[in-house]
Design a protein around this ligand. Structure first.
Ligand code: TXA
Ligand code: MG
Length: 324
């Protein structure tokens, strides 16, 4: 497995050759790293499921290099969705639309809909535009684990499972894209992510936090998704830390010294965007320490904070499940 600098065009050329041969390539996006394959080649896409040990019922997001590519993949773009595309693409917003025939069933797990997004990371865009075709890509982690925000995470998590990782530095947002669908011009959020409700609400007033009936569950909505391997407990203050053999993920600088052996502070000054950029990276580091439990401080549910708390709540549900 090679890691090449994605900002060098020679590396993009190599990646495109591999994609054309039906191989998978990991690449950076502004949210998290993705594990990509030619979205229109079912054999190539099957390799993603194998590398991640991902169940076949879990559909993939299709990444596009130009807005117009959406018309090749989706039947109809509702008006409210068009407004959101204008406002947030390229960027961390995935849109679920009725799919066209050309999208293989393996990509959508047999659903009649397809999730599409146009990433803003320059390396991702360069790769897509050089490849000239959509790339199906889930986050580049083993199924159920936290998403990688650095090339090095991908190399450690999916050692030698595919030939190339394009290195594009640390992901700026650090949290996956927000996923939405629409029905009769009403917008439904399937997964909270890097585009906040506050952001979306500036463009449309038709937002619903719950998906409408009849929408398929996506595994990102499963209770134990995005979880570390170690048990995780959400706490309100450092005083709740009972065990020394623990790690502590603080939101901002703690008021008093935590008992935990390992401490990571998401943002000294409590900057929510800085916290998100560090979030998975710090949790992955803490998960590797020799500890019995990870304590995580409550994060304010403003902006991207809502997506972080969503991930923490899912991780802590796994803990309750193990211990009770
Ligand atoms: O930021 C991101 O979205 C990253 C980067 C690489 O783009 N990708 C990502 O993909 O997080 P993944 O596969 O780890 O999560 C995508 C989620 C899954 O939970 C999947 O079930 C859901 O999107 N999804 C994809 N297509 C869908 C569809 N047609 N209907 C409902 N859910 C869908
Ligand atoms: Mg994922």
């Amino acid at each position: 497995m090679q890691i090449l600098n994605g900002y060098e065009h020679s590396a993009i050329k190599i990646a495109v050759q591999l994609l054309n041969k039906g191989h998978i390539v990991a690449f950076p996006t502004e949210t998290v790293y993705g594990l990509g394959a030619d979205a229109l080649n079912p054999y190539a896409v099957a390799k993603i499921f194998e590398a991640k040990k991902r169940p076949r019922f879990d559909p993939l997001i299709v990444h596009i290099g130009e807005r117009d590519w959406i018309f090749d993949l989706a039947e109809h773009i509702p008006h409210e969705i068009e407004k959101l595309i204008d406002a947030f693409w390229p960027g961390p917003l995935t849109i679920i639309l009725k799919k066209k025939e050309i999208v293989p069933d393996i990509v959508t797990a047999g659903l009649q809909t397809v999730g599409i997004r146009m990433p803003s990371h320059p390396v991702a865009l360069d790769l897509l535009r050089e490849f000239k075709k959509p790339i199906a890509a889930p986050s580049a982690n083993p199924f159920g684990y936290m998403s990688p925000t650095k090339a090095d995470h991908v190399a450690r998590m999916l050692k030698n499972k595919f030939p190339l990782i394009l290195d594009g530095g640390n992901s700026v947002f650090g949290i996956e894209s927000t996923i939405i669908s629409s029905k009769a011009d009403e917008i439904y959020i399937h997964r909270h992510g890097a585009t906040s409700i506050e952001d979306l609400s500036r463009i449309t007033k038709h937002i619903h936090e719950k998906k409408h009936n009849g929408t398929c569950e996506s595994p990102g909505e499963l209770p134990y998704h995005y979880a570390p391997i170690k048990p995780l407990k959400i706490i309100n203050s450092v005083n709740e830390i009972a065990c020394e053999q623990s790690s502590f993920l603080a939101y901002s600088r703690p008021q008093s010294i935590p008992k935990s052996r390992y401490v990571k502070i998401l943002s000294e000054e409590g900057d929510i965007m800085e916290a998100a950029a560090n979030f998975f990276s710090y949790l992955i580091d803490l998960d590797h320490e020799d500890v019995e439990i990870i304590y995580a401080e409550n994060i304010p549910e403003i902006g991207i904070g809502k997506a972080m708390m969503d991930r923490l709540k899912k991780a802590s549900k796994k803990y309750k499940h193990i211990t009770h």
